[in-house]
Design a binder for this molecule. Structure first.
Ligand code: BYC
Ligand code: FE
Ligand code: FE
Length: 471
């Protein structure tokens, strides 16, 4: 493996300087990326932000922290360390050496997976573009920008693969990744959740908890890929993703903590008057972000995913820890389904049910968040509890796209759905109220009233550190 090259315009550990054609191609994409960042990236003007920059992939420290102007952020290309003996862990090619080049017969499918992955990264930056103006503290503002620059780097990661391995088509797709935009009427982002708004910080915390977590699970399956450059890219992206999870988990923690505190202090459930977010509103935001994130896993059954797995393109979560034959041709799985029009489960071939397998791993992980938020409530001696809604609730993709269901999983006719919807999903009134709480706090150590401060700062710095120098 080559050393990271920082003399390069594009920091990398892929020996870019040794491939002039590729280097020139990426250097010509770079100005387009920067102008996209200027026009679609963080809108709040800043001078410097205390950011983590990926500089290497080794165990002895892979990141550097320091104050940098965001537009000078060193977006680089980093693949996790290669294992020269790596073998394919699943599917029809199980046991064969991992691929260093794209096999012709899987070119289209691999390109499609990489494009879908790549599309989500800049989409999230676009969705979060205006949040800086209402940041609840400089600490939170810094975390937002950290997530944004790293999603920018994840875009670079996919663009590298497209340029290096998919020829002219790959270069065209890399261009398109900057031309589609979140919420655009003519050229929207590919997946549903990435065209939704992230208009306030409660949404941001829910997004980083639930939607970035889909990213974690999808990257986990692509890390298993037989296509080794994709596998190594995703392995390294997962390292950065941990911080995005942290922002979501602790963000929701702090909202719940503040709400619980105000409830106890004032002996009321109606905390709106005290400038905190009422628990029912938190639950509605949770319902929304969880259900749109479930859609990101595709259909409960899917021929696409069966093909991806058999071909070795996309594995399961922690594939190598599974104790079956890693081919699954004779296995079955019970999946959520509509049976005779009712919400039920049905048995299907394991391969076609792989989206469900992954979605269940994801749901189990989401349950751990809900548990921790409920611990905050029980710790405050409150009887209230948060919960994940049923898998059939508010689904637009998959088995339940054609029906409506309550958060408890009761199938509803149109009239009952219309009548109940406002209790389960954020209404315009809820959204306006949440937005009204979003008063920015821009002085060191200050924090907005609707949120508890974090336990610790970043990289050993205190909460009141000067994380962001505003313009
Ligand atoms: N919206 O066969 P099916 C992240 C389409 S997030 C719109 O069940 P499949 C991040 C589907 O394309 C991780 N369309 O789907 C997070 C298919 O179209 P065709 C992103 C959808 O292929 C936060 C048709 O419906 N990475 O990194 O089994 C911040 C039938 O569907 C949707 C990936 O997703 C949808 N939600 O599964 C920043 C990994 N769902 O074939 C970043 C790559 C499905 O009929 N993608 N469709 O034209 C994949 O692995 C799969 O394509 C999917 C879909 C899991 C997305
Ligand atoms: Fe990402
Ligand atoms: Fe992320």
């Amino acid at each position: 493996m080559s050393r990271p090259d920082y003399a390069d315009k594009i920091p990398n550990n892929v020996a870019l300087a040794g491939d002039r054609r590729l280097q020139r191609a990426l250097e010509s994409w770079q100005p387009d990326f920067l102008s996209w960042w200027e026009s679609m990236g963080p809108a709040l003007p800043t001078r410097e932000v205390y950011l983590r920059t990926a500089v290497n992939v080794g165990k002895e420290g892979w990141a550097h922290f320091g104050h940098v102007p965001m537009r000078d952020y060193r977006w680089g290309i980093f693949l996790a360390q290669a294992d020269p003996d790596r073998r394919i862990a699943f599917g029809a090619h199980k046991g064969e050496p991992a691929w260093q080049q794209v096999p012709g017969e899987y070119r289209a499918e691999l390109q499609r997976l990489i494009v879908i992955q790549g599309d989500t990264e800049p989409a999230s930056v676009e969705q979060q573009r205006n949040l800086g103006a209402t940041a609840p503290s400089l600490y939170d503002l810094r975390n937002l920008f950290q997530v944004n620059v790293e999603e920018g780097r994840h875009l670079w990661a996919m663009v590298y693969l497209l340029h290096a391995h998919f020829g002219r088509q790959g270069r065209e797709e890399a261009g398109e990744l900057l031309h589609r935009n979140s919420g655009s009427a003519d050229a929207p982002r590919i997946l549903g959740a990435f065209n939704e708004e992230t208009p306030d910080w409660l949404s941001f915390f829910m997004f980083t908890y639930f939607t970035d977590r889909d990213g974690k699970y999808q990257l986990g399956t692509l890390k298993e890929s037989a296509f080794d450059p994709l596998s190594r890219t995703c392995e390294f992206m997962l390292k950065e993703e941990a911080h995005h999870m942290f922002v979501g988990t602790t963000g929701v923690d702090r909202v719940v903590e503040r709400t619980a505190q105000v409830m106890v202090e004032n002996d009321t459930d109606d905390v709106a008057a005290y400038g905190a977010v009422p628990l029912p509103v938190i639950q509605k935001y949770l319902n929304f972000h969880y259900s749109v994130s479930l859609d990101l896993f595709g259909g409960e059954t899917s021929a696409n995913v069966a093909n991806y797995y058999t071909a070795g393109l996309k594995g399961r979560w922690l594939e190598e820890r599974r104790t079956d034959d890693h081919r699954l041709t004779d296995d079955s799985i019970r999946v959520d389904a509509l049976v005779g029009g009712e919400i039920a489960v049905t048995e299907v071939p394991a391969l076609t049910g792989l989206n469900t397998d992954l979605r269940r791993e994801y749901t189990a992980d989401c349950e751990s968040g809900v548990k921790r938020w409920n611990r905050i409530l029980s710790g405050a001696n409150l009887p209230h509890r948060l919960a994940l809604p049923h898998v059939a609730f508010n689904r637009k993709v998959g088995a339940f796209a054609g029906i409506e269901a309550s958060p408890d999983g009761e199938k509803l006719d149109a009239a009952r759905w219309q009548a109940g919807k406002g209790q389960w999903l954020p209404t315009d009134t809820d959204k306006t109220f949440v937005r009204s709480l979003m008063q920015p706090a821009r002085e060191r150590g200050k924090i907005a009233a609707w949120l508890a401060p974090p336990r610790n700062g970043i990289n050993g710095r205190p909460f009141d550190y000067d994380y962001v120098h505003l313009a």
